[in-house]
Every structure is written in C-alpha cells, then in structure tokens.
Design a protein around this ligand. Structure first.
Ligand code: HEM
Length: 186
C-alpha cells in the first residue's frame, strides 16, 4: 500500500489521540517499516491493519468504524489533490468512472499500487449496485470513501450495504446507492 495512505491514516489518528499517543501506538504496533512512510514508497497493507487494530484497542472502538472514518478523511484529501476526477454531473457518473478510469490512472502513476476492483450496475436511473472486490479487507474503507463522495456531490443519495464477506477471490461488499427525493418547496 502506498505511503500516502499510511501518512493520511496516521494524520487522522493524531487528530484524535494526539501526536504523543500516536507515537506510542506506532511503537507498540511493532511495524517492519518502523512506522515511518514516504508518500511514494510501498509498504505491506498489513501494517495499516495493525495500526487500525492498535487504535481500536486503545480507544475501545470498532476497527470498521475507524476504517469508515478513514475513508471519509481520504475522500476529502482526494477531492483537494485530484479535483479533475470529480468533474462529473453526479455521484453515479463518478462511481462509474472509478474502476475504468480513476484507479486505472492511479495504476499508471504508481504501477505498484494495490487496488481493489469495482463493478457497477444501474438498476434504473436512481439506483446503482456497486461491488467491491479485493484481496485486502478494506470494504469499510470503500464505504467511507463512497459516503464522502456522496456528501461531495450534494448528499442526495443514501448508501446501503446489501452483503459483505469473503469469497474465492478475497473480500467483497455489495453496495446500493439510491438517489433520495429532493425536498420540494411549497
Ligand atoms: C468513492 C471513491 C473511491 C473508492 C470507493 C475507492 C476505494 C479504494 C480502496 C478500498 C482502496 C484500498 C485498497 C483495497 O481495498 O484493495 C483504494 C486504494 C487507493 N485508491 Fe481508491 N477509491 C476511490 C477513489 C479514489 C480516488 C478519487 C483516488 C485518486 C487518485 C484514489 C486513489 C487510490 C490510491 C492512491 C489507493 C492506494 C493504492 C495503494 O496503496 O497501493 N481512489 N481505493
């Protein structure tokens, strides 16, 4: 996993428990990298999972919840760093470009990037099914990223997880994104 992802995770944790506690947490996590990451470097994604697990133990919080918050945090960072990817009419068009364009561009930029795959299906013009598939267990991270993207495009959609778990290809989650009703002025 790219160092930029680790650095953002550490920044988020620092904002919650402070720098000193975060340093202790990283020491405690016994990481091969020593807990120091350069943004273009590539590191074992299991280190991110160890950091998340240590954080949840320390704060007695749920690991999925931290990954969802991290997804939201990363979503905000991506909007600022890569605004061109967000030039779409709505969240459906954005998500349709995720697998075929956004992550393809990431792979061109960083050939060693480890990315999940996404498949989408429009049920009708207001409902979309999106499947996450990865050898890594980051479906809650995807959930947070989708939630943040919905907020970015105006919060008119809701997100439901229809199914998630493990299959022969690793980890999967089936998301449904539904366009909500717009509030009518009387
Ligand atoms: C709703 C939108 C998005 C979703 C749901 C999503 C999902 C994910 C997930 C879950 C991962 C972790 C790897 C895995 O699960 O196997 C990931 C990695 C990554 N994504 Fe996305 N992503 C989104 C948008 C973006 C955008 C806009 C960018 C901007 C360039 C981006 C760049 C990356 C990068 C750099 C990584 C790390 C690759 C690595 O560490 O090797 N993603 N993405």
């Amino acid at each position: 996993m790219k160092g930029i992802v680790f650095n953002e995770l550490i920044q988020l944790i620092e904002s919650i428990i402070g720098e000193v506690q975060t340093e202790h947490l990283l020491e405690d996590a016994d990481l091969n990298s020593g807990g120091s990451y350069t943004s273009v470097g590539t590191y074992d994604h299991k280190e991110a999972l160890s950091i998340v697990q240590k954080f949840s133990k320390l704060t007695q919080s749920n690991t999925d919840q931290l990954l969802i918050s991290f997804g939201r945090h990363l979503g905000k960072v991506f909007v600022v760093k890569y605004p061109d990817f967000y030039k779409h009419k709505n969240v459906f068009f954005f998500l349709q470009s995720l697998d075929s364009y956004i992550h393809v561009s990431v792979k061109k930029l960083y050939p060693d990037a480890e990315l999940p795959s996404f498949n989408f299906e429009m049920i009708n013009d207001k409902e979309m099914l999106l499947t996450y598939q990865s050898v890594r267990p980051f479906a809650p991270l995807a959930q947070g990223l989708i939630l943040e993207t919905i907020s970015y495009f105006g919060q008119k959609e809701s997100l439901t997880i229809l199914n998630s778990g493990k299959n022969e290809n690793g980890h999967f989650a089936l998301f449904k994104i539904t366009q909500g009703c717009e509030v009518q002025d009387e």
